[in-house]
Design a protein around this ligand. Sequence first.
Ligand code: NAP
Length: 273
Amino acid sequence: MTVLIFGAKGYLGQAFLTVYPDAVTTNADIADSQAVAHVLDEVKPTVVINTAGKTGRPNIDWCEEHKMETVRSNVTGPLVLLEECAKRGIYWVNLGSGCIYEGDNDGRGCSEEDPPNFSGSFYSRTKQWIDRILKEFPVLVLRLRMPFDGSANPRNLITKISGYSRVLDVPNSITYLPDFLTASSELIEKGKTGLYNIVNPGVISPYRIMQIYKEIVNPAHAFERLTIEEMPQVARAGRSNCILSGKKLEAEGIRMRPVGEAVTEALKRLKEG
Ligand SMILES: NC(=O)c1ccc[n+]([C@@H]2O[C@H](COP(=O)([O-])OP(=O)(O)OC[C@H]3O[C@@H](n4cnc5c(N)ncnc54)[C@H](OP(=O)(O)O)[C@@H]3O)[C@@H](O)[C@H]2O)c1
């Protein structure tokens, strides 16, 4: 299997490199069809993983002010990959986001069949536009939410929220990166296509994570509780709060560990450094 990774310098690109250390990486602009065609013809990959995209720095509020760059990387780029991979019969994978939903779908969790119901940020809108197109084609779309691990990477959810003085207390589905990578590589090995929610079973709020952080990592850590009503005081664009269904993944025989267990493991790793 020859794996080619676009956007490999990013948080998720680096994570995929731990699973596919022999993967070929490229800095080619995914929205540049000539550049993409050139790399595909040179590398002749059997699998393309697209981890390129704009998520904004320091957060998705950036995308509100940079719509052109965001649409270029999150919509035009994947469309170029769709066409160039299809021309060559190459299997490919795009990274989706669960941040296109709001709520828990009357307790059932939002499934891959449910139409997106959160449009509160430009970032979320670009992610739902491209999902709607890709689901019509034989592409694997991995939908994760607020990825976290035991690293000090600034993109890690735990690192991010440990820098906040006020932390949101709304339960959410989240994704432990080691479990995400195992699940993703199993889907890729099976050559699966379509949308897949990849989240750990159960829910937890960022505030609760910080309470456990205090117990495991730093008893002196100080933070306050932020309610959903207070959220507009600290964020420009809307933020999705949702619970996703993991049933489709489970039906493949792929199990993610319960979210509480995953958070504890990540925090212990963070403490160990
Ligand atoms: N992190 C999350 O919370 C999260 C959650 C769900 C889904 N995702 C999805 O996962 C993907 C990767 O996210 P990430 O967290 O790894 O982001 P990241 O750390 O910012 O990495 C993305 C990488 O892609 C590069 N890039 C941007 N536009 C590009 C283009 N047109 N052509 C080639 N490379 C380009 C970026 O370079 P520059 O820095 O120079 O722009 C960066 O190196 C995105 O599609 C994102 O929507 C992320």
